[in-house]
Design a protein around this ligand. Structure first.
Ligand code: PHE
Length: 476
C-alpha cells in the first residue's frame, strides 16, 4: 500500500492496477477468511448462515466497498480526513473507524501469533501425533506466557512493516504467498473431500437448514461479511484515496470481493468435510483451523509436512497483510490529524494495541477481567464484528447517500462518464435507503437476541461508545 502523509497532495498512486487489487485483497483476505469464517459458519449452523453471508457479501459488501473506494478517491484523504474535508460534523464516522481498528488490533495479533507459532511447531513434529493436536492447541493458547511471546513477535513484524511504509517487501511477499496459500487450500480441500464420510461436511456447509436461523445468526453473517471484506472502518477509503482516476472502481471492487469470498468458501470446503470425516464437532470454535488442518496434513505423509509449513507461512503472511492495513488506519489518523511522525505514531498505537492483546491472550486461559461473564478476547471480537463495523458501514452509506452529491458520485464511479455502470441507480438506492435500514434492523434484532446469551449488554456498551465518540469527535 502506498503510504505517507495522506493529507499531502499530490498523492502517491498505485503503481499498477494489479498492485492495487492485490493490496486491497491483501487487506481483505486474512484470518477473517481462513480462521474466522469456518468456525463462525460452524457455530451458526452451517448452510443457512453461509447463504445469508453470501447474500450480504453480494448486496451489501459489494455496495459498501464501492462506496468506500469512491469516497476515498473522491476526497483523496484517509479515513478521518475524507469525512472531515467534506463536513466536519461527519468526522466521527472516521473516528469510529479508527476505534474499530484499535479494537480489532486488540485481538487479531493474538491469532496472528498462533499462526506464526505453528510454523516451528509443525517443523518440530506437531504432525507426528495427530490425535494430540487438539489438546496441544488448547494447552498452547491457554498457557499464560507462550502465546504472548508469539504475539509479541508477530506484533514486531507489523511495527517494522508499517514504520517503513507498507509498499515494500510485504506487498511482494503477499503477491507470491497469497496465490500459494490458495493452491494449498485447494490441495487441503481435495484431500478432505477424499476422506470417507466427507460428503456430510459439504452438506452441512451448503445445504441450508433455515430452522437454525435466528436474528443472532443473521447478525453474525452480516458482521462476518464486513469483517472479511475489511469494510465499515475506513480501511478501503484509505486504499481508494491512492487509486488512480482512470481505474475502474466497479471492476476493482468485483475482483476484491470475488477473491475474498472464494478464499472463505475454499477454507470452508477444506475444513468441514474433514471434520465430519474425523467425527469432530462443527461448532469446535476458534481452534478449528489450528486443529483440523494439521490433522489433514498429518494424513498426507512427508509431503504433508511441507504443505503444512507452507500453509502456516502463507496464513501468517495473509494475516500480516490484513493487520498492517488495520494498524495503518490508526497510524495515518495520528499522522494526518495529530501531526505525529510516522515512527512515533506506529510505536504509540502499537503500545496501546499490544497491551490490549496481552489481556485478550490471557483471557483465553481464564485470566483477567470479565464483563458479563465474557473475557477480553471475546469482548473485542464481539464489539467489532457485531457492532462497530456494521454501524460504521451504515454511517458510511448514509454519508454517501445523504451528504454527498449524487452527480459527484456518478462522475467518480463512471470516471466522468467514461465507464458504463448501468446499475448505478440500483447501487445508489441501495446505499441511500436499503443498506442503512437493513443494517439497522439486523443490528437491533441481533442486539436484542444477544441479551438471551448475556452478550446484549456488551453490544449496548458498543453503541454507547459510538455515541460518545460522535459527541467528542468535534474536539479531536
Ligand atoms: N479483512 C481482514 C481479514 O479477513 C480483517 C480486517 C478487518 C482488516 C477490517 C482490515 C479491516 O482478516
Amino acid at each position: 500500500m502506498a503510504t505517507g502523509n495522506a493529507a499531502a497532495t499530490p498523492r502517491d498512486n498505485w503503481g499498477s492496477k494489479l498492485g492495487f487489487v492485490m493490496a486491497a485483497a491483501g487487506s481483505a483476505v486474512g484470518l477473517g477468511n481462513i480462521w474466522k469464517f469456518p468456525y463462525t459458519a460452524g457455530e451458526n449452523g452451517g448452510g443457512a448462515f453461509v447463504l445469508i453471508y453470501l447474500a450480504f457479501v453480494i448486496v451489501i459488501g459489494f455496495s459498501v466497498m464501492l462506496t468506500e473506494f469512491a469516497i476515498g478517491r473522491h476526497t483523496s484523504r484517509a479515513a478521518v480526513g475524507s469525512f472531515k474535508t467534506t463536513d466536519r460534523r461527519w468526522s466521527f464516522v472516521g473516528i469510529i473507524g479508527v476505534l474499530s481498528g484499535l479494537l480489532i488490533m486488540g485481538f487479531y495479533p493474538v491469532v496472528g501469533g498462533w499462526a506464526l507459532a505453528y510454523i516451528p511447531k509443525v517443523a518440530t513434529g506437531l504432525l507426528d501425533n495427530p490425535q494430540d493436536i487438539g489438546e496441544s492447541f488448547g494447552g498452547f493458547i491457554s498457557n499464560p506466557t507462550q502465546p504472548l511471546l508469539w504475539m509479541a513477535a508477530y506484533f514486531i513484524l507489523n511495527i517494522v512493516i508499517v514504520s517503513k511504509g507498507i509498499s515494500g517487501g510485504i506487498e511482494k511477499a503477499g503477491k507470491i504467498l497469497m496465490p500459494l496459500l490458495f493452491l494449498i487450500l485447494v490441495v487441503v480441500a481435495v484431500k478432505g473431500l477424499s476422506l470417507p464420510g466427507a460428503s456430510a461436511g459439504l452438506e452441512f456447509l451448503f445445504k441450508p437448514d433455515f430452522s437454525k436461523v435466528d436474528s443472532h445468526v443473521v447478525l453474525a453473517a452480516l458482521g462476518q461479511a464486513f469483517f472479511s471484506l475489511s469494510l465499515g472502518m475506513g480501511c478501503m477509503i484509505t486504499y481508494g484515496s491512492y487509486l488512480k482516476k482512470k481505474e475502474n472502481l466497479v471492476q476493482t471492487t468485483g475482483m476484491v470481493v470475488g477473491m475474498d469470498t472464494a478464499v472463505a468458501l475454499l477454507a470452508g470446503i477444506a475444513m468441514f468435510p474433514a471434520m465430519f470425516a474425523f467425527n469432530m464437532e462443527p461448532a469446535a470454535g476458534p481452534g478449528l483451523v489450528f486443529v483440523v488442518v494439521p490433522q489433514l496434513f498429518a494424513e498426507m505423509g512427508h509431503i504433508g509436512l511441507l504443505f503444512a509449513l507452507m500453509f502456516f507461512i502463507g496464513l501468517t503472511v495473509a494475516a500480516l497483510t490484513s493487520s498492517v492495513s488495520l494498524l495503518e488506519v490508526v497510524v495515518s489518523y495520528l499522522i494526518d490529524e495529530k501531526g505525529m511522525k510516522r515512527v512515533n505514531a506506529v510505536l504509540s498505537a502499537s503500545a496501546v494495541m499490544a497491551v490490549m492483546c496481552i489481556f485478550a491472550s490471557l483471557s483465553l486461559g481464564g485470566i483477567g477481567p470479565k464483563l458479563f461473564d465474557t473475557g477480553v478476547f471475546d469482548i473485542f471480537d464481539l464489539l467489532t464484528d457485531k457492532v462497530f463495523l456494521a454501524v460504521g458501514g451504515m454511517l458510511i452509506c448514509i454519508f454517501a447517500g445523504w451528504r454527498l452529491n449524487r452527480v459527484d458520485l456518478e462522475k467518480e464511479i463512471t470516471n466522468n462518464g467514461k465507464i458504463a455502470f448501468p446499475l448505478f441507480g440500483l447501487w445508489y438506492n441501495l446505499v441511500k435507503y436499503v443498506i442503512p435500514v437493513a443494517v439497522a434492523v439486523v443490528a437491533c434484532a441481533g442486539i436484542i437476541s444477544g441479551f438471551e446469551s448475556g452478550k446484549g449488554a456488551i453490544m449496548v456498551l458498543a453503541i454507547a461508545i459510538i455515541g460518545c465518540s460522535a459527541l467528542i469527535s468535534k474536539k479531536l
